[in-house]
Ligand binder design. Structure first.
Ligand code: NDP
Length: 320
């Protein structure tokens, strides 16, 4: 583990949030995601010049009209446009049936000019739609969210180079890499075991050679488990649940949580906090992600990365 001075020199971003003095180096998702997006933009420009205007293409399939989904989709479409990825938004009405969703997926699967397909979750329909059935209907070669059983299975077996890694865990790994702290041989603790965050994060850390403990709602001794973590990734959806005194000194703390809590000082009457109590955890951690501005921006950047990767795989296959 690096000294505190070296921490500050490496990322140069120690700072304060609230009234506590922050010791940990802040791992900025805003900065890191910008770097990723700039790199991808160059890669896309290179592809376009080498292959007569070829561009990666992404389809976002939505059912219904949820405000939160609309916001996430517009962020994804904007990021794609900035990078030069062609992105199309298919919106089905909230009366759509499972069969209609599956038909839309099949037609995108069969379209060779589309390299990435994501289904915006949750699906918003008056009819029952089986989410697992839908995510598994996406062709594994276009499943840039990495949510199909095929991609999840490959990841769990350590077949990292041939699968798509879910975007949030992939973004967390990129943030850990930014610290310069090696994962190899470290004890990593993941809180949460969902298909989208916790379970793939476990696999990713494991196959990057950490020794991994995964905790969930039935784990009896959470503070003790957290106290052993050289690297801690939290995706529990519980506002400020992880307290600073649980955190091992010098640990890398990655907070995926997005929770809205009441705050009368804000015009909206609420503010966003993570699953980690930032003020106290940043007193003990070596590196920590803020919320907002940590993991959040990385998720979209990694979706773009997967889409570009899918297009590159397509080009490789079509040249054989
Ligand atoms: P889920 O609700 O699907 O999963 C939460 C996980 O946390 C479950 O495995 C659950 O355990 C575990 N958990 C809940 N309470 C506790 C507890 N008290 N102690 C230990 N473990 C607990 O959530 P997601 O994985 O989808 O999301 C997790 C967080 O990450 C949320 O805040 C979400 O908003 C955020 N998120 C952020 C993204 C981003 O882009 N930054 C993207 C996706 C999610 P069990 O399995 O036993 O129920």
């Amino acid at each position: 583990m690096l000294s505190w001075a070296a921490h500050s020199l490496r990322l140069g971003a120690t700072g304060c949030q609230g009234s506590w003095r922050s010791i940990a180096t802040i791992i900025s998702g805003n900065k890191t995601s910008k770097m990723v997006r700039e790199r991808l933009k160059k890669e896309v420009e290179k592809m376009a010049s080498q292959f007569s205007g070829f561009r990666p293409s992404l389809v976002v399939l939505q059912a219904g009209d949820r405000d939160d989904s609309n916001l996430y989709i517009s962020t994804k479409l904007r990021a794609a446009a900035e990078i030069g990825i062609e992105a199309k938004h298919i919106r089905l009405p909230n009366t759509t049936t499972q069969e209609e969703v599956l038909q839309s997926i099949m037609s995108v699967n069969e379209n060779p000019s589309v390299h990435g397909l994501i289904v915006q979750l949750p699906l918003d329909s008056v009819n029952h739609i089986d989410t697992d059935l839908v995510t598994n209907a996406v062709s594994p070669q276009k499943d840039v969210d990495g949510l199909s059983c095929i991609n999840a299975g490959k990841l769990s077996r350590g077949d990292l180079s041939s699968c798509f890694i879910p975007c949030t865990p992939s973004g967390c790994m990129e943030l850990i890499r930014q610290t310069g702290v090696s994962v190899v041989g470290k004890h990593a603790v993941v809180i949460g075991r969902s298909k989208i965050v916790g379970a793939p994060m476990h696999d990713l850390l494991l196959w990057n050679h950490a020794t991994v403990t995964t905790c969930h709602s039935k784990t009896p001794d959470l503070p003790e488990q957290v106290g052993r973590a050289d690297i801690l990734v939290v995706g529990a959806g519980r506002a400020e649940m992880v307290r600073g005194e649980w955190v091992k000194e010098g640990a890398v703390v990655i907070d995926c949580g997005i929770n809205h809590v009441p705050d009368e000082t804000k015009a909206s009457g609420k503010r966003v906090v993570g699953d980690v109590h930032y003020a106290s955890a940043s007193q003990r951690a070596g590196y920590i992600t803020p919320v907002p501005g940590g993991v959040g921006p990385m998720t979209v950047a990694m979706l773009m990365e997967n889409t570009v990767q899918s297009a590159q795989r397509f080009l490789l296959k079509s040249r054989r």
